[in-house]
Design a protein around this ligand. Structure first.
Ligand code: NAP
Ligand code: GLV
Length: 306
């Protein structure tokens, strides 16, 4: 069995060592152009030439949850593409979102600024019931985030493509129920995959339906957000702030308005990182299942695009 590894911006050697240790009978190599076809490929942002060489793939493993960039390449339709299915990401996403939510709700930035100015002052406690949290995307990450947010007694709502019944969550589905979901939310968390349907979904028309004093947490992809519309709604006061982990252009270019906007907090696409050991274990387990002809989770649906 030949396994080829082609991950941009990733140190290959530790991955190769881990894969070889777990699959001692496989030939595992970092790709160089002209290597020819392999049985399994492990990728992140590979070049088109890599894809073109893979003429007999049994599966293409993406070492991230989102496959939007991969699907921009010309890949033979029907190829089995497998994305990371949690692999240690959901707990990171849960702590990131809870941190952003609580930091905003408890006004910790305001306290930090008071303390920096030598000021000992109190803010009026706010009611959790006034901060319903709407989660767009109730997949592997969205569901874990919803559970974590519920633990802090915020009302939680969720929106997905297909209907879902989840304990303690008010759920909505499809474009028809989007307005009802948005108008019942004050804090909006985006955990959707980036597809033709979800591109630009965070725009003036949708964000303005959030309750007054809304707060946006975008941890999915920059392509979901129309950046100028966010700034308009922050400046008008309809939105109170935003925590952004992902951007249309990454790294965020110097001089971009987000760097200095007083109501925007940012991190450099780090909300849920790929964890090497967990990812290798998951990929190895799935290669084993595929070799035995068994079904696996996390296979991308070509029709849906995620
Ligand atoms: P997932 O398991 O595939 O879940 C996607 C969810 O979005 C599903 O609930 C799906 O609905 C819903 N959805 C998709 N298209 C929709 C539409 N048109 N309308 C309404 N709902 C729609 O994905 P995941 O593993 O949770 O990951 C979500 C995304 O997070 C990834 O695609 C990636 O872009 C992003 N991400 C970001 C980071 C970071 O560090 N910032 C890290 C990891 C992942 P159904 O349940 O009905 O199918
Ligand atoms: C990171 O953004 C991922 O999709 O895993």
């Amino acid at each position: 069995m030949r396994i080829t590894f082609c991950c941009t911006d990733t140190k290959a050697e530790p991955w190769l060592q881990g894969l070889r240790a777990a699959l001692p009978h496989a030939e595992v190599a970092n790709w160089t152009p002209g290597d020819g076809p392999a049985d399994y490929a492990i990728v992140w942002a590979p070049p088109q030439q890599f894809i073109d060489e893979q003429t007999r793939l049994r599966a293409l493993f993406n070492i991230g949850a989102g496959v939007d960039a991969l699907l921009q390449l010309k890949i033979a339709p029907g190829t089995t593409i497998v994305r990371l299915d949690d692999a240690g990401m959901s707990v990171q996403m849960a702590d990131y979102v809870c941190h952003a939510l609580i930091r905003h709700f408890r006004e910790f930035d305001g306290y930090a600024s008071d303390v920096a100015n030598g000021k000992w002052s109190y803010r009026r406690p706010r009611l959790r019931s006034d901060f319903p949290v709407g989660i767009m995307g109730l997949g592997v990450l969205g569901q874990r985030v919803a559970q974590a947010v519920q633990q802090f007694d915020f009302p939680v709502l969720g929106w997905s493509r297909s209907p879902k019944q989840l304990q303690g969550l008010r759920t909505y589905c499809g474009s028809g129920e989007l307005p009802a979901f948005l108008s019942a939310s004050r804090v909006l968390v985006c955990l959707l995959p980036l597809t033709d349907e979800t591109q630009n979904i965070l725009r003036h028309e949708t964000l303005s339906q959030l309750q007054p004093g809304g707060y946006l947490i975008n941890v999915a992809r920059g392509g979901h957000l129309v950046e100028e519309d966010l700034i308009t709604l922050l400046d008008s006061g309809h939105l109170a702030g935003a925590m952004l982990d992902v951007f249309r252009q990454e790294p965020l270019p110097p001089g971009h308005a987000f760097w200095t906007h007083p109501k925007i907090s940012m991190t450099p696409h780090t909300a849920a990182r790929t964890l090497r050991a967990e990812s290798i274990a998951q990929i190895v387990q799935k290669i084993g299942a595929l070799q035995r002809g068994e079904p696996i989770a996390g296979v991308v649906n070509w029709q849906k695009g995620y």
